[in-house]
Design a protein around this ligand. Structure first.
Ligand SMILES: Cc1ncc(COP(=O)(O)O)c(C=O)c1O
Length: 408
């Protein structure tokens, strides 16, 4: 039988839960940025104290710094089922897509087309849409205006032999529905195009097996995934080799440098290995020993998802029972992330403010999902977004529901 998550163990890995005041508050703004786990903090601290020098040099502090940066790429890559040099780090996902869009701009030919969605956060939308300025055709794969669902059948009508690239989210940061990435990527590949998947809203709920998903580009943000403020980018070799270099001319042969024009943030890249430490800690606690990192990551992914799903369904049921509330996205927990956007009688930001005295920390607004919210008919009032992850407790959810009873 699959183990259940040891929540005391999990919460002990997050120093925020031990902070006076903060530790007892219900944290429901995780889709904005998660708490950071202790292994990441420890690595950051050690880097700044002991290794804060130019890395990859011949002396020990420098060598250790460089080794730890390589370790981060190596261990996360192994967990995602990709090669070490297919993983690179940039300042944020938004900056990573910006750079990638320049590479596509240079490599596409007149008459080429790309497909974007109106379900994406602007990071995986705007930079690609700007390719229209260079004369490329931009087609929009549109969500259902009621449910926010992105129907793969509608993609078929947009795909033809002009399409070079399809950009879509693993999971939208306001709709919450988990898209069937593997099935969508298969369609994209059949049409001879490549797929760029924004995994920012998915990765915090379990590191994905990117090889199994089949995406050519997979992006996520470490600061929402228990890590430091970095964007993590997987670019599969076949694509990375054929796209033009965006870095210094002499770095173009090294795949993990090719799409990061600036020098990396050494300490934060090194600290990303702490995300792998955390996954391994959870694995050891719940499953014991396993030598294959990909299997360890998959088990921990499933463990996190099971915990989240069991807490999410009661919240969705509660919100569905309220006539004054519009729940955005699916009402079944299995197919969605615990990122729950609602509208009610007041602007989302006001609802969030009203929750704060109840020690429920959440956010309101558009969350840079301006296009999806517009398509869903949500105006400037925005949404209240209640987002949680595996470290959230049943007590937190109960408290949230009690607070919502006062506020809604
Ligand atoms: C789904 C999604 N994609 C992309 C981004 C942008 O990530 P970053 O802040 O790393 O640029 C966000 C940030 O909120 C997001 O929620």
């Amino acid at each position: 039988m699959a183990p259940t998550l040891d929540l005391d163990f999990v919460r002990a890995q997050f120093p925020a839960f031990s902070v006076e005041g903060l530790g007892r508050q219900g944290f429901f703004d995780n889709a904005g940025g998660s708490y950071m786990c202790a292994p990441v903090m420890e690595r950051l601290d050690r880097f700044f104290r002991e290794r804060k020098v130019q890395p990859y040099g011949p002396y020990e502090a420098s060598r250790l710094g460089g080794e730890e940066m390589d370790e981060a790429r190596h261990r996360l890559a192994a967990m995602m089922g990709v090669d070490t040099d297919e993983v690179s780090f940039g300042p944020s996902t938004t900056q990573n897509t910006y750079v990638l869009a320049q590479a596509f701009r240079q490599s596409m030919k007149p008459g080429d087309a790309i497909i974007v969605t109106n379900q994406d956060h602007e990071a995986n939308s705007g930079p690609w849409r700007r390719l229209a300025d260079a004369g490329f055709e931009v087609r929009e794969w549109q969500i259902d205006p009621e449910t926010g669902h992105l129907d793969p059948a509608k993609l078929d009508a947009l795909l033809d032999d002009k399409v070079r690239l399809v950009c879509f989210p693993h999971c939208s940061n306001v709709v919450g529905e988990v898209n069937d990435v593997a099935a969508i990527v298969a369609k994209v590949h059949d049409a001879g195009a490549v797929a760029c998947v924004d995994g920012v809203s998915y990765a915090p709920h379990g590191l994905p097996d990117v090889d199994r998903l089949g995406a050519d580009i997979y992006l996520f943000s470490a600061y929402k995934t228990y890590g430091p403020h970095q964007g993590v980018m997987v670019i599969r070799r076949a694509l990375a080799e054929r796209l033009p270099n965006q870095a210094h001319f002499f770095n173009g042969d090294v795949l993990y440098k090719k799409f990061t024009p600036a020098g990396p943030d050494h300490a934060q890249v090194a600290a990303c290995a702490g995300m792998a430490d955390y996954i391994d800690l959870l694995h050891a606690r719940h499953f014991g020993t396993e030598t294959d990192p990909r299997i360890r990551a998959t088990r921990v992914h499933d463990l996190m998802r099971a915990q989240e799903i069991s807490l999410l369904q009661p919240l969705l049921d509660y919100l569905k029972s309220k006539n004054s509330v519009r729940l955005i996205g699916p009402s079944k927990a299995e197919g969605r992330a615990p990122t729950v956007a609602i509208t009610a009688d007041r602007p989302g930001a006001d609802l969030a403010e009203a929750l704060a005295p109840h020690e429920i920390n959440a956010g309101g607004g558009d969350f840079y999902a301006v296009r999806p919210l517009k398509a869903l008919g949500v105006g400037d009032e925005g949404v209240l977004r209640l987002s949680f992850v595996h470290y959230t407790s049943k007590g937190d959810i109960d408290r949230l529901i009690r607070a919502l009873d006062h506020v809604l």
